[in-house]
Structure formats: C-alpha cells, structure tokens
Design a protein around this ligand. Structure first.
Ligand SMILES: [Zn+2]
Length: 285
C-alpha cells in the first residue's frame, strides 16, 4: 500500500524505520523528508483535543507533576531576547495556549500577537494581554492582515501537532519581515529513548502528535518553505523522559524515583550527541 507523507506530500519511498505504537496507529518513516508521520491519519482532528489540551500535559500525581515541571533550562523569554535585541519588537506565538509566554514578553515591552485554534486560548489571551486585537484563530486572516509585519514567530511544541505543516509555515514566512526569525521547539525523532521505548516513550501522544521531526527533516522542510539560515540546537530538556518511560513500561513508582539520577545523566549524554529529547531551531527569513 502506498502512503502519502503529511510533511512533504510525497508517497513514502522507505518504510524500514516505521513502528507500531498502538493496536491501530503507526509512525511511518518518510525517506524523502526524513520525518515520521502518523498513520492512519485521525479523521476529525479537532475532536481529539480537549479544549484546554495545553493547560495540563502531565496528569500524574503531585510530586511527579512537580518533577515534570522542573526547569533546568533557559526560559523561552530569555532565549528569544538573546537573538533579538530590537526594542518594542513584534512577536507572534503560534499556538499560544494559555498566553503565559506572551504575557512575559509583553511585560518586557514587546508587542505581542497570538494564534491558537482553541476557544479557551482566546479567553486566556484576553485575560493575560488585556484585549484580543492581536489574537488570531484563522490562519488565512493572520496572513492577510500581517504581511511583512513581525520580527519574530515562536512555535513551542506546536509543529508536531500540525496536520498540514506546509500550509502553516508558508503563512508564517509571509508575516515575518525580511531577516526576521522563526523559533521552533519539537520532540526529537532521533531521540534514543524514542527509538528504544517505542510505544512506552513518555513523549508519545497518539494521535495528537501527527509528526515526529528529525533535525535533518525539519531543516529540509524549512528550506523548502523559503527559510535561508537554519540553525539547530539540542537543549538539555525533558531530562526525566527516561524515568517517565520506565514508569510507563513497568508501572512501578519506585523505579521512577530511583532512576531519576540515571535519567539526568542519560539525558545529559544523549543531548551532547543530538540524540536527546528536544530539537530547537532558529531560522531566518
Ligand atoms: Zn515526507
């Protein structure tokens, strides 16, 4: 059977690394664009999300939840400021969720724009930002109103959820000014833990994650959308994915807790070799 890739829209020419993640779903590797896509494709994508999908991604107990949120990395606001020094710069957070990131950027003096398809995201944008003048839930309108308008677009863990990423990224390219920047963060499909744990991998979200990206895959894809300078980074993040995957596989809490130090070491080493949990991309128009 021929399968069409969600990213490059070509028929799959290599299936060697594809794997089963449930009784029903597979991630199929596309040898043309180097990414994995979900098959079969969910029929009604909006139905698979609770409206506040972004609010609590970790429905475990309190201590585990605390550990999940243990941030050992540079927060997004600091990261963006490292690359963009301009005053009153305009930033769009694509998939802005609860708008906490944008609220921080606004407090720093940035002009903030939000895009999200969730109804509660709009309410939270209004609560955090004050009005919804710069809020969009319609991709086409976002593109028409903001041609060459923005200094920066951020997509924090959004690209792996898209159903036709080319369509979204083409609009994002259009709304950016020349030499403006796009920041992306996604789970790493070359993560060794993803490969080893398969269906027990902690960052597996089926069917919400429609695509798992590799660094070569995301680079090739952005180049095909017009971006010129594309830099890839591997931040030291999601350091407990090993312990969480162990918990998923064996369902024993003590194994989770005693494996935490090992999980941190594993994450540190894998990150150094580009086999860690996260890919971060900074691309220039
Ligand atoms: Zn492809």
């Amino acid at each position: 059977m021929k399968l069409k890739c969600t990213v490059c829209h070509k028929y799959v020419i290599e299936k060697t690394r594809s794997f089963e993640v449930s009784d029903f779903f597979y991630y199929v590797y596309c040898g043309n664009c180097f990414n994995f896509f979900l098959y079969p494709f969910p029929r009604n994508v909006k139905k698979i999300y609770k409206d506040e999908y972004f609010v609590n991604p970790c429905p475990k107990n309190f201590l585990i939840d605390k550990l999940f949120r243990l941030h050992l990395y540079l927060p997004y606001d600091k990261l963006v400021q490292k690359f963009i020094k301009k005053e009153n710069a305009k930033i769009l957070d694509y998939g802005c969720g609860d708008s906490t990131f944008l609220a921080k950027m606004k407090a720093l003096g940035w002009e903030v724009y939000g895009y999200d398809i969730s109804l509660s995201a709009k309410k939270l944008f209004k609560r955090n930002i004050g009005d919804t003048n710069n809020y969009y839930s319609d991709l086409e309108r976002l593109g028409i109103v903001n041609v060459n308008n923005l200094d920066c677009v951020t997509m924090w863990h959004v690209l792996e959820h898209l159903t036709n990423p080319k369509k979204d990224i083409k609009v994002i390219y259009k709304v950016l000014k020349r030499k403006a920047k796009l920041f992306i963060e996604v789970p790493n499909a070359n993560s060794l833990l993803f490969i080893i744990f398969g269906k027990y991998y902690n960052w597996l979200r089926v069917p919400q994650h429609t695509i798992y990206w590799t660094s070569d895959g995301v680079k090739k894809f952005l180049r095909s959308c017009g971006f010129k300078k594309i830099d890839i980074y591997y931040p030291f993040k999601a350091n407990l994915n090993f312990s969480f995957s162990i918990l998923n596989k064996y369902n024993r809490k003590f194994l989770f807790y005693i494996s935490i130090p090992l999980s941190l070491v594993i994450s540190f080493v894998l990150t150094k070799f580009g086999k860690g949990e996260v890919i971060r991309v900074v691309a220039e128009k």
